[in-house]
Design a protein around this ligand. Structure first.
Ligand SMILES: [Fe+2]
Length: 316
């Protein structure tokens, strides 16, 4: 790809058909509005941007603000001087621990969109590692535009106009659609346990199964397998079978990009356009990243009951 503002652009490793790498980003380069415009256009076009050889909190925040206003997330441990940074951390002594296909993993997470369990899903985020495990630790990405494009025509016709119901429940053992592993929870953190003890406080929400990217007109298969509980108006065996068929297409038949973290990476994703997942850590190995949350509302989600206060949730 061409260079602009001293930056070098390239495909992701393995060239999965979406995403891009950006090398050479500095705060000085980011001050140039032409560079910022180029980055925003690339983000919409490609969905995931991996910034190489970038470090530091200031650049993390400045880079995130290039793509929108940042939301402070009060339910996670955050640093008092920078409430816009959310901690994504597994600690061997008290972290969220699962058994995944028989193997212990710290904070393994299924395919999902962040905040799909509220009516306003955030625009995106940027992750930056603080401490990486010696093995595992990858973040996976699936392009929902590619997932829609490769959907068989008969399924495109069947899902036209359908909506999906989502319900907050952080226990991945209870995932209903698009499961990729047999999972049991060995240990919750106190925060997750507290949420799990009052799931009735969190109303169901509805999002369309197909979302049109407004800048390009491209359709995305707008399904987050984690948190989906059925098709609105078809919460029966036929509806469940259809949703499982669509979910299997997303998780089994769509190209996955698995990001192997380097200590000086930052990764931006479009939360409306791509799914992500976490491979987790070996149980005795800490994994610690910081994440920003970029505000947005695609205006297509709605609550079945009262408006939802996103601050009451733990974001994943
Ligand atoms: Fe997430």
């Amino acid at each position: 790809m061409p260079e602009a503002g001293g930056l070098a652009f390239g495909p992701l490793p393995g060239d999965p058909g979406f995403g891009a790498t950006v090398d050479g980003m500095t705060r000085a380069a980011l001050a140039d509005e032409a560079v910022r415009e180029r980055l925003r256009a690339l983000w919409i076009d490609r969905g995931v941007l991996v910034f190489r050889r970038v470090e530091g909190e200031d650049l993390h925040l400045d880079l995130s603000r290039c793509f929108g206003r940042l939301i402070a997330h009060p339910t996670r441990e955050t640093r008092a001087d920078h409430p816009e940074l959310m901690t994504v951390r597994y600690r061997p002594d008290d972290g969220w621990l699962m058994r995944v296909d028989g193997e212990l993993r710290g904070t393994w997470l299924p395919w999902h969109s962040d905040l799909i369990y509220v009516d306003r899903i955030n625009r995106g985020g940027i992750l930056r590692p603080v401490q990486l495990p010696g093995r595992l630790g990858q973040t996976g990405f699936i392009d929902k535009i590619a997932a829609y494009a490769s959907l068989p025509d008969r399924l495109k016709r069947r899902i036209e106009g359908l909506e999906v119901v989502y319900k907050y429940d952080l226990d991945p053992a209870k995932q209903r659609f698009g499961r990729t592993a047999e999972v049991t929870v060995e240990r919750f953190t106190d925060g997750v346990r507290s949420i799990q003890d009052r799931l009735d406080d969190f109303p169901r929400v509805i999002h369309p199964l197909v979302f049109v990217q407004r800048e390009t007109g491209r359709k995305a298969l707008n399904l987050s397998p984690w948190f989906a509980i059925g098709i609105a108006g078809m919460m029966d065996s036929a509806g469940d079978a259809l949703l499982e068929e669509v979910a299997r297409h997303v998780v089994d038949d769509t190209e996955v990009y698995s990001h192997d973290w380097r200590s000086d990476d930052m990764v931006l994703w479009d939360n409306w356009r791509v799914l992500h997942s976490a491979a987790g850590s070996p149980p005795d190995d800490e994994r610690w990243l910081l994440r920003t949350t970029i505000e947005g509302d695609y205006g297509l989600g709605r609550s079945e009951a009262a408006p939802v206060d996103a601050a009451a949730y733990i974001s994943v």
